[in-house]
Design a binder for this molecule. Sequence first.
Ligand code: NPG
Length: 367
Amino acid sequence: MRLERVELFRISMPLVGTFRTSFGEVSQRQCLLIAVSSQGLTGWGECVADAWPGYSYETAGTAWEILEQHFVPALLGQEFDGVGGLHQRLARFRGHPMARAGLEMALWDWLGRSRGQSLQALLGGRGERVEVGVSVGIEPTPEALVERVGGYVDQGYRRVKLKIEPGLDVEPVRAVRGAFPDLRLQVDANAAYTLATAGPLEELDAFDLLLIEQPLAEEDLLDHSRLQSRLSTPICLDESIGSAAAAQQALALDACRVINIKAGRVGGLAEAVAIHDLCRSQDVPVWCGGMLETGLGRAANLALASLPGFTLPGDISASDRYYAEDIASPRFDLADGCLTVPQSPGLGVELDRSALQRFCLEQLSLS
Ligand code: NPG
C-alpha cells in the first residue's frame, strides 16, 4: 500500500470524574487521533500519550513532534506492505512506542476496512463479548472509596482495581475487602514504592488479591523479583514491559507472574499480540490495560482482549465510566459484566467528525 495522507488531531476530552493515581490527577484527557488515508479509505488510530509525562516519558506533545517530523515522513508516499512493512520502515527510529502504536492502529483500521474484516478477526481474537473490570482512583477516605466501588459493583463490574500509593494502601484495601468479601480485587501502585518502602505490600497478602500491579520502578526487574519472593500475591508488571523481549526477561527472573498488556505502551497491537503469544506459551495470565481511551482505543482494546490468553478481565470499562460524550459511536455499554467486541470492518466504530472538532485543540494534515 501507499499512504497518501496522514492527519493529526490533538484533542482534550472532559472525564466524567477526576481520576487520581500515585503519579497525579486527571480530569481532562488529552491524546492524539491519527487518520491515515489511501485509495479512498481512511483508518483511525489513537495515540494514548497524555498531556504530561507522569505515566511514561511520552506526551501528546512529544508524540506529535515524532509523528510530524519523523514517523509520517518515513511512510508518506512510500510503498510498504501492511503492519509488518510499517514497522520495518520505522525500525531505524528509537523509542516513542505510543506514537508508533497510534499510527499502527490507524493502519489496522484501514486494513480491516479495505479487506472487510474486523480487527478482532485480523488479530485472531474470538467471541462476541469480553468480561471487563474497572479501575478506581485514589479516594480521600476509605468510606468514599467503598462508596465508589459499591457504585461500580451495582453496575455489574465483577473485578475492581484500586489505585494505591504509600500511606494509602493497607487501610483502603482492608475497607473494600471488608465490604465486598467475594469481589475480584487487585491493586495498582504505578511504581510508587521501593524495595525499602514495600513493607505494606506484604500485608496485602491477607486480602486475597488477584495481583499487585507495578509496585516498583519501571527499570527495576531485579527488585521486582526480590519482592515477588516475599509475596504470595502475584506481581503483575505494566510500565516495565515495553516489548516481548522485556516480558521474556521479567518472566525468566520471576519478576512477575502476570502481565498487563497495553498496545500503546509496547509500540502497537502487533507487539501486544507477540507478548500475548509468549505468555500463553508459558501459561502466564495476561489482561488488557487501559489508558482512559476514547471509543476508538476502547474498540481496539476489546478486539485485543478477545484473544484466548487474556484470561483476566481488563481495564476496559463502559463508555459512561469515562466520557459523557465520545468521539466515536456506538458507545460501549456494560451488560452482565461484559462489553461487546465490535464486529464491523476495522475498529468497528465510526468517528464523529463534529464531536472531534468540538474537542480538537490542534490539527495538521500531511501529504
Ligand atoms: O480504565 O482506561 C482505564 C484506566 C485504567 O488505571 C487505569 N490506567 O496506570 O494503568 C494505569 C492507568 C493509566 C491511566 C495510565 C491514564 C496512564 C494514563
